[in-house]
Write a protein that binds this ligand. Structure first.
Ligand code: UD1
Length: 337
């Protein structure tokens, strides 16, 4: 019988791409999402992509009785936990709301999993947990560092909670996947990133600028100690990222205990390199100007990806050009959705 995977937060950017991969591979998919940062028609679009419709509950993961109902009505084999607030700037303005939401939903999920005897969990973590102290490339054996914002701290704290839970229950199997910079979109053009309001992240800002929605991109700083002075990040195609989660399901099925694993490409790309790659591959200009540094930003952030290769037998396959092309295709297509 096919495995059933629960995706709290599964209607969002990353969750929807994971759902598409899982449906394609024949997994049963159950999504719980309060739609606070996603549209309800994502479920229809997932059905269009794969020909199969995920089971969907509109509920807050911190709502204990709603979550209990989900576990009672479905025989869940594994959970990929993506539910959470994720806007870095907003987390500085509303730290209590971020801690309440991200920690509460995780604790309620863990308690409900325990009640229903579900032992396999993959958590959506972030490279932000390495903080500012560690040198790049980041390896998973480095200690977590000091995060520059409450959003980052919620990821770091949740990793600790999950690690403690694994010590207490040797039957638990948890993998914290530390995402680098997920970008791009499904090649169907039917799902992608849909930020509310002005985008915080680089790629959606680039696509909206190319589309004429934003006048110009501000490049935050060109005086970093990087080859061209602009910030260097490890951009990873969201479809590669989704495949990394599928590989992690195989891993949690065969192991117990806690692991943190980087999901990146291992390659750094600067802001200007990304802008130029986007212009070249899509043949559209991205008006931009140099602006002051954004507080909290680092010069470099990229992964060592050996552990993912070793434990998950996974590596990213798509290029920066693929990421730029698919992000633009999505931007153009989303107008009609
Ligand atoms: C940010 C968060 C990280 C989070 C991730 C995904 C910080 C310090 N880190 O990563 O915790 O997990 O988003 O949501 O906020 N840039 C511009 N102009 C723009 C936007 C960005 O030049 O309009 C630059 C940034 O300075 C950076 C690069 O583009 O060098 C990538 O920025 P962004 O997409 O926001 O991701 P991170 O800051 O790496």
């Amino acid at each position: 019988m096919n495995q059933t995977v629960l995706l709290p937060g599964g209607a969002g950017f990353i969750g929807s791409h994971i759902a598409a991969e899982l449906l394609d591979l024949g997994y049963e998919v159950v999504i719980v999402d309060d739609l606070s940062n996603a549209r309800p028609d994502v479920i229809d679009r997932l059905e269009k992509i794969s020909g199969r419709r995920p089971v969907f509950y509109q509920a807050d993961v911190a709502d204990r009785s709603a979550l209990d109902r989900v576990f009672t009505e479905n025989r869940i084999d594994a959970v990929i936990h993506l539910a959470g607030f994720k806007a870095v700037g907003e987390s500085v303005q509303k730290p209590v709301a971020y801690y309440r939401n991200n920690l509460d939903s995780t604790l309620t999920l863990l308690e409900t999993m325990a009640t229903h005897g579900v032992k396999k969990l993959i958590f959506s973590s972030s490279a932000t947990v390495y903080g500012a102290e560690n040198p790049v490339p980041y390896t998973e054996d480095m200690p977590r560092g000091s995060c520059t914002n409450p959003y980052g701290w919620t990821k770091s704290m949740i990793e600790q909670i999950l690690s403690d839970a694994c010590v207490a229950d040797p039957a638990l199997s948890v993998v914290c996947l530390r995402y680098f910079n997920p970008v791009g979109a499904h090649e169907s053009g039917l799902i992608g990133e849909m930020p509310n309001g002005i985008p915080n992240n680089l790629m959606p800002y680039i696509t909206q600028t190319a589309a004429g929605i934003r006048a110009e991109l501000s490049v935050f700083g060109n005086d970093y100690p990087t080859p061209d002075g602009t910030g260097v990040r490890d951009y990873i195609h969201v479809v590669d990222l989704a495949k990394g989660h599928v590989a992690a399901i195989d891993y949690v099925n065969q192991h117990t205990g806690w692991e943190a694993i980087n999901l990146g490409t291992g390659c750094g790309t600067s802001v200007l390199e990304l802008v130029h790659a986007f212009e070249k591959v899509n043949g559209v200009p991205v008006p931009h100007r140099i602006a002051p540094r954004r507080s909290g930003d680092l010069a470099f952030c990229y992964a060592n990806v050996d552990k993912a290769a070793r434990l998950l037998h996974w590596h990213a396959e798509k290029s920066v050009e693929d990421m730029c092309r698919d992000a633009w295709h999505w931007q153009e297509n989303a107008k009609n959705l």
